[in-house]
Design a binder for this molecule. Sequence first.
Ligand code: MG
Length: 158
Amino acid sequence: MNIRIGNGYDIHRLVEGRPLILGGVKIPHSLGLLGHSDADVLTHAIMDAMLGALSLGDIGHYFPPSDPKWKGADSLFLLKEVNELVRGRGWQINNMDSVIVAERPKLKPHLQAMVSNLANTLAISEDLIGIKATTNEKLGPVGREEGIAAYAVVLLVR
Ligand code: MG
């Protein structure tokens, strides 16, 4: 059977004076994620899962933080590039699932907007995209609100 699975993980630091963007949705919060691009940790985990499924490495290879071209980059734009790479090799997304781990703010009200953004960017149906949110029960760096992490798994078919 022509199926490939990939997983992705990412974490970014929470700081003052940055917007909080997850799945392309700007979420009202007193802190935002620090990074070279827009630091959209969910979209980064998904891209790494897609690349990993085809043994193509990670996003650091395609969009190196050392390249000023990607400074402040919209991660949905980068996701579109990764999707084109995957499709160009004859693969398509069967489905994906993900978890965002954040102590605050409440993400549930924003999950549908994230699904919608990702579906539009990837040109796939919304029901192929799972996004869940959980806290870290105040444990560790995520629990102390020092950062937000995301995990993703993607299944590709040919
Ligand atoms: Mg990242």
